[in-house]
Design a protein around this ligand. Structure first.
Ligand SMILES: Cc1ncc(COP(=O)(O)O)c(C=O)c1O
Length: 349
């Protein structure tokens, strides 16, 4: 049985969170001399001399409306990478607990585990890049607190079948962190719609991919109110800066344009997915629900170096077990994709 109080580190349950100046004062006032800010102003523009809202109230309300969840079910992080790190710190006791991930997958789960001195359990994805459910559940130990599943998965691009995720959610008493960084490029529905069913589900999304805001650093975690309250308790108080909150609000007014961009990227992805296998250098393009393609080539290092010589940088994933001979290529603009195609064609000759 899932029991959040038992799962969370005792020091996290016990500790008192930092109380900011703006937490302690509620009401209206016109002179703010409570936070040691510079009241003369800022050199960058209005408002930036003031600390931002530590609870990101306005931003969460808008996101809640778009995602169909309550604001209390949303945590905002300095990128989803911050949410990943805080999840470790919330439930994993350094030197004692473990987490399970499914390589080949996003590298930060392992980095965060190592940073937090959390043992890593690895279960390789199947040859079809699916989660081997029985193997995962057999590998779970009493000290396993987190399972990370990435869907659509980076770097393979495919979505994990829903029935597999559901079996893990039902069979595991720790937190299942479902990383949906690339969900906007996929036709499969987000698991945010199923939060009420699974008290151990945490869904991660980000503004870095479809929203085109990687430079702002804004990630989202969706979960039960209880889990979100704990993440909020342990986060740095002002983790989302004022500029990010303002810019994100501006972007969120333009959901229609987001749709256009996503459609264009998906169209370009499908064009590349059809065109690349016609080239001699390319062995196979894996199906993708994301904004990148995993491409198996005959000579990964040779092609990688050739593309670099042409000023084109792709990600060499050929040394990752399960991705031998593979490059990961993000979908670019139409012109960039044409340049890429021509450069690979030239290598084939
Ligand atoms: C699967 C996955 N999760 C999370 C992230 C990081 O997202 P953010 O920019 O929000 O930290 C990435 C970035 O590449 C990713 O591929």
């Amino acid at each position: 049985m899932f029991n959040l109080q038992k799962l969370v580190r005792p020091n996290v349950l016990k500790m008192k969170p930092y109380s900011s100046a703006r937490d302690e004062f509620k009401g209206t006032a016109h002179v703010f001399v409570d936070a040691n800010e510079n009241n003369l102003g800022s050199l960058a523009g209005d408002n930036y001399n003031r600390y931002p809202d530590p609870h990101q109230k306005q931003l969460k309300e808008v996101i809640a409306g778009i995602k169909g969840v309550r604001p209390s079910q949303i945590f905002l992080g300095n990128g989803s990478d911050e949410a990943i790190d805080l999840l470790f710190r919330m439930v994993c006791r350094p030197g004692m607990d473990s987490m399970l991930h499914l390589p080949p997958t996003y590298g930060m789960y392992e980095v965060s585990a190592n940073l937090n001195e959390v043992r890593l359990e690895s279960v390789q994805l199947t040859t079809a890049f699916q989660v081997p459910v029985e193997e995962v559940l057999a590998q779970v130990k009493p000290e396993t607190k987190l399972i990370f599943i990435c869907s659509p998965n980076n770097p393979t691009g495919n979505s994990i079948e829903a029935h597999r995720i559901e079996t893990i959610l039902r069979g595991f008493d720790g937190l299942v962190v479902l990383d949906e960084a690339y969900i906007d490029f996929s036709d499969t529905p987000s698991w945010t719609t199923r939060l009420e069913e699974f008290p151990n589900l945490v869904v991660l999304q980000t503004f870095s991919k479809a929203w085109g805001l990687a430079g702002l650093r804004l990630g989202m975690a969706f979960a039960s109110e209880e889990i979100i309250a704990l993440l909020d308790k342990i986060k740095p108080p002002y983790n989302i800066n004022q500029a990010t909150q303002e810019m994100a609000l501006r972007a969120l007014e333009q959901t229609e344009q987001l749709q256009y961009m996503v459609e264009e990227i998906v169209q370009e992805r499908e064009m590349l997915a059809h065109a690349l296998p016609t080239l001699e250098a390319v062995e196979k393009v894996y199906p993708s629900d994301a904004n990148f393609l995993l491409v198996k080539v005959k000579d990964a290092i040779g092609l990688y170096t050739h593309l670099l010589d042409q000023g084109i940088v792709v990600r060499n994933r050929s040394s990752l077990p399960g991705c031998e001979g593979c490059l990961r290529i993000s979908v670019g603009t139409t012109e960039e994709n044409q340049q890429l195609f021509q450069a690979i064609a030239a290598f084939s000759k």
